[in-house]
Design a protein around this ligand. Structure first.
Ligand code: ATP
Ligand code: MN
Ligand code: MN
Length: 297
């Protein structure tokens, strides 16, 4: 039963042995491997639907954020036993992908120094039909934070006009992610084309504010509408995932109502996430999983 503790469920992490629990993953923020396990054990019910049974890419930092880092997309030799291997049905390579099935799997990721968790936009129950659309807003140099908020609201309006129900989160880096839950009906090609059209339409309407092409050098003062999160095999950071950056920021789900009060993408961190969770009256993304709508071509 709940004890009213600020870290509900934290004791459950003990089911998976952590070596070097006192290793400092974020030295500046004072977050150890054990502290990361506490964070994920507490956040588990919220993060689970976004990371369970879907291919994951991991940013691994064995010595913490100040040491070497590498992006891991494939299962490795000696991988923690609680982490599952997945086989992409579209390829016959010998490489396995990475997945988790339960909290033990998430603790296996902590044990493996996965400081960022980046899922695909499709779940294993249907690899070919994405169940979310992500518009990744990447502000160039010189873009004020308020303009990023405006852009997120702009994306929201466009998606809502298409019959979708978009949600917003900080990335924990520089920008915002607008995420629309999808009924997994359209395939990757359709979802990518839909998001490309959205980005290109917005860039054509407001060329001084937005660009839709990554290769375009002229990003200064503009926001890149990065629609390429929506292609097969692409990933974006999971809601509630930590980031391997100074301050131990997390990608935090927000309500549209509070967005105007948010001061930056790295505002929410491992250290203040518990307070946010216990003081918020409701999960700002509570309706996410019941708001799935199909893409209209
Ligand atoms: P920010 O708000 O600072 O842009 P972000 O998480 O959106 O933070 P991006 O640089 O826009 O960062 O990257 C978008 C996504 O691309 C990442 O979330 C990640 O899933 C994926 N990605 C990042 N680095 C790599 C990499 N080395 N290899 C493959 N995919 C990557
Ligand atoms: Mn981004
Ligand atoms: Mn991007």
């Amino acid at each position: 039963p709940e004890t009213g503790s600020a870290r509900p469920g934290a004791e459950r992490k003990r089911t998976v042995a952590l070596t070097h629990p006192d290793r400092l993953y974020w030295p500046d923020a004072g977050i150890t491997k054990d502290g990361l396990a506490d964070y994920y054990a507490a956040i588990w019910p919220r993060i689970a639907p976004f990371i369970v049974d879907r291919p994951l890419a991991l940013l691994r930092c064995p010595e913490g954020i100040d040491g070497p880092r590498f992006f891991q997309k494939n299962a490795w030799k000696g991988m923690n036993a609680h982490i599952r291997t997945l086989d992409d049905p579209a390829t016959d390579t010998v490489e396995h992908l990475i997945g988790i099935h339960d909290l033990d799997g998430l603790m296996g990721l902590v044990q493996s120094a996965a400081l960022e968790i980046h899922p695909w936009g499709a779940a294993c129950r249907d690899w070919e039909r994405p169940d979310q659309l992500v518009m990744d807003l990447d502000p160039g140099e010189g873009v004020a934070w308020e303009r990023v908020i405006d852009a997120a609201r702009d994306v929201r309006e466009h998606l809502a006009a298409s019959g979708l129900t978009p949600f917003v989160k900080t990335s924990g880096g520089k920008g915002l992610h607008v995420v629309a839950p999808l009924k997994p009906e359209a395939d990757w090609e359709m979802v990518k084309a839909f998001s490309r059209t959205l980005a290109q339409t917005m860039a054509a309407d407001c060329p001084d504010r937005y660009i839709a092409t990554i290769t375009k050098a002229k990003r200064h003062g503009k926001i890149l509408l990065d629609y390429l999160r929506n292609q097969r095999g692409a990933t974006s950071v999971a809601p509630y995932s930590t980031r391997a950056r100074v301050g131990a920021p997390v990608s935090m789900p927000l309500s549209w109502e509070e967005l105007g009060q948010i001061t930056g993408s790295a505002q929410f961190t491992v250290n203040n996430a518990f307070t946010r969770l216990t003081t918020l009256r409701a999960d700002p993304w509570a309706a996410f999983h019941t708001a799935r709508r199909p893409i209209q071509p």
